[in-house]
Design a protein around this ligand. Structure first.
Ligand SMILES: [Zn+2]
Ligand SMILES: [Zn+2]
Length: 288
């Protein structure tokens, strides 16, 4: 036990915590001095930490135009008479209600996601969450939302050491006050890569990949669960996870991603080339 200057008694643990925080702040100051802030998209030196340079910022395609009421894929124009669903959702409604993303998947969005995934840049999670917060607010009242990261299978979690989606969930919860539950959903099947697979095959691979324990089912009951992932590619993983949550008692499921592969852009621009996507994104990442 140690008496502080104000006369309060602090535990050794609290003092150690303060010391550790002080040391971290000092280390941070040294690192900041040695390493000036860099653009998260291209690495050029910028004025402030976690700020894009003008080129990268202006190249980001923010997905805030008209979109499908079920899967949130961008639609060419808003039709009079309110929200409409895209052709795919009309033919086969997805198990989630709304799957927005902050930006379209492109060079800068991809770099930010990869740096978070392989470099554990928690600052990148904060940046992504900041740009995702508006879409989260549009999905519903923060008080009613339960944020859940798309889980990794334990083998992948062990090899990487962390789940990038969980880091984004933490930052979203901090920003918006929404509740979070890292362990609501379990990934019980190590799924094969979805790269190059046809839609039906992707769906088959992810079927049965997720589960909830009886205790988790009780926590999910009647909640609006928002599944969080870094990249929404084909959507097969999100659909499988959402179906499991709906069957387990969640009253509503939405999905929120940092970046979304937009099919139209896929056909018109070579930066949306699936081959280059596959070389960086494997297995679970490609499915998002
Ligand atoms: Zn840049
Ligand atoms: Zn749709």
């Amino acid at each position: 036990m140690m008496a502080s200057a104000t006369g309060d008694v602090e535990t050794d643990g609290a003092v150690a915590g303060k010391l550790a925080r002080g040391l971290r702040a000092a280390a941070r100051a040294i690192v900041d001095y040695a390493l000036p802030p860099r653009c998260p998209g291209c690495g050029v030196i910028v004025g402030e930490d976690r700020q894009f340079c003008l080129d990268c910022w202006s190249s980001l395609d923010f997905l805030d135009g008209p979109s499908c009421s079920r899967c949130s894929i961008p639609l060419p124009t808003a039709l009079p008479g309110g929200p409409i669903a895209c052709g795919a959702c009309l033919a086969s409604p997805p198990p989630f209600e709304g799957a927005p993303a902050a930006v379209a998947y492109g060079r800068v969005a991809r770099t930010v996601a990869l740096r978070l995934k392989y470099g554990r840049r928690t600052g990148h999670a904060r940046l992504m969450a900041r740009l995702m917060a508006r879409q989260l607010a549009a999905l519903g009242d923060a008080d009613a939302i339960l944020l859940v990261p798309v889980p990794l299978h334990r083998w992948r979690l062990w090899s990487r050491g962390f789940n990038q989606a969980a880091l984004v969930v933490d930052e979203l919860a901090r920003l918006t006050g929404a509740a979070r539950d890292h362990h609501l959903l379990l990934r019980v099947k190590a799924t094969a890569s979805l790269r190059g697979k046809a839609r039906r095959e992707r769906e088959r691979i992810v079927t049965g990949a997720f589960a909830l324990t009886p205790d988790a089912k009780a926590r999910a009951a009647g909640r609006h669960v928002v599944l969080v992932d870094d990249v929404h590619a084909s959507g097969a993983t999100l659909r499988a996870a959402a179906r499991t949550l709906r069957r387990s008692g969640a009253s509503r499921v939405s999905a929120l991603a940092w970046a979304r592969v937009v099919p139209d852009a896929l056909m018109t621009s070579n930066i949306f080339d699936f081959a280059s996507l596959d070389s960086d994104m494997t297995g679970q990442e490609m499915t998002g």
